[in-house]
Ligand binder design. Structure first.
Ligand code: FNR
Length: 181
């Protein structure tokens, strides 16, 4: 069975990005399993001396979860025009040892929600760049969910049908990439 790991770049209890991952999951075919990674808040600041024997347990758990996944779906907010620090920090840990890390050649897709008008497009572009640098196989698409406080409908879909279609298309591309990998 194909396994997809969802990662939200926000720790906020009522995170729009976490909700976006939940909406994305409704578009997955039944033969695909989906789990949202919940350990991001436990990851300490990156410190190169801790590589090797003394790697923190939470970092090992992150790398294990990425290794076990066939593909990764990342939903990011935008903080000050870019990726939230905690997400970049976790990816810095995930990138080591380089180049044979837990994301190398792993299919990943990036989506994002923000309360601003532009739907975290800068954060998504920066995140795709970081993931490519790490060696992941990045789906060439973005999902700008702006004004996120009004973007979700009660039926569990995105209120804008075109945006929901775009989300379903990204999910389809990610599953295809996972099946091809
Ligand atoms: C923001 N927000 C924000 N939004 C945006 O579109 N562009 C930005 O540069 C920023 N910058 C920013 C910095 C910081 C420190 C915070 C806390 C927030 C607003 C942000 O998009 C909004 O809080 C989202 O709702 C955060 O995502 P979650 O927590 O709902 O997933």
């Amino acid at each position: 069975m194909v396994k997809i790991l969802g990662v939200s770049g926000s720790l906020r209890e009522a995170s729009h990005n976490r909700r976006l991952l939940e909406v994305a999951a409704t578009e997955l075919p039944p033969e695909v399993s989906f789990e949202i990674y919940s350990g991001l808040g436990d990851i300490p600041p990156y410190r190169e001396e801790e590589e090797g024997g003394s790697t923190p347990e939470s970092v090992g758990a992150l790398r294990d979860a990425l290794n076990a996944a066939d593909a990764v779906l990342l939903a990011t907010p935008e903080y000050n025009g870019s990726i939230p620090g905690l997400l970049k920090n976790a990816l810095d840990w995930a990138s080591r040892p380089f180049p044979d890390n837990s994301l190398s050649n792993k299919p990943v897709a990036v989506i994002g929600a923000s309360t601003g008008l532009f739907g975290a497009v800068w954060a998504q572009a920066d995140l795709r760049k970081v993931l490519s640098t790490i060696g992941a196989t990045v789906v060439d698409a973005e999902l700008p969910v702006g004004q996120a406080h009004d973007a979700f409908a009660d039926d569990g879909r995105l209120a804008d049908p075109d945006l929901h279609k775009a989300l379903a298309d990204i999910v389809r591309q990610l599953v295809e990439a996972a099946n091809a990998a």
